[in-house]
Design a protein around this ligand. Sequence first.
Ligand code: BG6
Length: 512
Amino acid sequence: MATTTRATPEHDGKEANPLLEGLRLRRTPEPCALVIFGASGDLTKRKLFPALYSLALRRLLPESFAILGVARSESTTEEFRSRMEEAVREFGRDRFDEEAWERLAGGINYVATDFADEGGLDAVRDCLTELDESRGTRGNRVYYLATPPNAIGILVQQIGERRGASGWTRLIVEKPFGRDLTSARELNAKISEFFVEDEVFRIDHYLGKETVQNMLALRFANGIFEPVWNRQFINHVQISVAESIGVGSRASFYEETGAIRDIFQNHLLQLVALTAMEPPIDFTADSVRNEKVKVLRSLHTPGPKSVVRGQYGPGFVEGIEVPGYRDEEGVAPDSETETYMAAKLYVDNWRWADTPFYVRTGKRLPRRETTIAIEFNRAPHPPFEEMARGGLRPNVLLVHIQPDEGVSLEIGAKVPGQGMSIQTVHMDFLYGGAFRTALPEAYERLILDAMLGDATLFTRTDEVEEQWALVDAIVATWRRDRPSFPNYAAGTSGPSSADDLVGRDGRAWRRP
Ligand code: BG6
């Protein structure tokens, strides 16, 4: 009798499912060169090099590997290496190991060029050809575009025109991907002149966070949640991305984006999509993204009363006096940029109809905390006194994205002693306690995935366009009225109109 062998990832030649693997499992990419455009920027220093160093320390980078930093500023390879060493020492999550650093540093190069110039990338191409010889990178390239959005079109053109005949090429594009639907479409069109979708990795670093990926594990690796994960059992959802930091040295960037383009368009909407999506048939890039995009497409455009924006004034954060947004360096004194936004969203489909998703994000809030709170309906009949009085809270499943990464379930429990007194308690799972390991930084996971050609944790063209379509619709309503800013003091939990947004529905925000 003939036996049928089902295709396994090894048999059909595809990559094994990355979502089921931790960084501890070995997944070493093929030889390649990583080219970082925007090498003198903040992201390169604070995130990219510390992540590359952590990968090098764990021997997760290819044996034959090189990094080419590209920026306008005149500098030498030596200077660049020593600046990046300082950055790794300052911002890295791991102890500094000379041997691991030397291994990485040996492959670091720098080219100063203006990529807006016609032939600006010739020097880059020549250096890469030389690295193929000296470092064995075999014509394989990952281009990381960590530049402002307006430089990306020209870079894509220049890279595309210089694609070599051998090896593969991949593009990692930093957020924000455009500034509205029109510019995102233009960028997508430009990219598709030279690259196919599988070669494009649009970063939303939230997707690289362990706790964000765990949302998929929580929902789809456990049988108990799916039956109650819908409008019949869930009263509403609250998603908060709160930050205590202000705009810092990024005023020129932030003045252009505001909270809606900086966080809502990407991180917040991705969290909504992961919370609301249907189970994917498997964990391949397209299956996961097909389900996410359906959610984004189902989002009802909120009317003006369902969106609140705010801007912080002077105040105190963690006991320290801080200036208002309009007094920050580089911010216009009459700036109308929002540093806070909240919205009531509806996912118009069978699973979620009429279930509000309240989302909010802001800078200069009391503390840094990102959570997803799923609030269930109250028990239908209250046999206990506390419930009858409304004193007992409904069950809430709380996903702590950061800090204190983990999940907790709020339940009612009997207070020890005589009588039947009920109190809300927490059943907690904490990453730190359960796995006894520090969580990798999102960028480690994402850089490695791009080198491996796995796009599961990156946003696809249609996702990004759906996200912008919603943002454009909200921004269009904002044009009609002028906000009266500032409307919340730094260190408070946002404008009072945000409380009204949920208060009108008889609800309240969870206190961070
Ligand atoms: C970035 C935003 O995407 O995310 C920043 O541009 C924000 O404004 C940052 O501070 C927050 O990231 P994390 O990983 O610290 O939550």
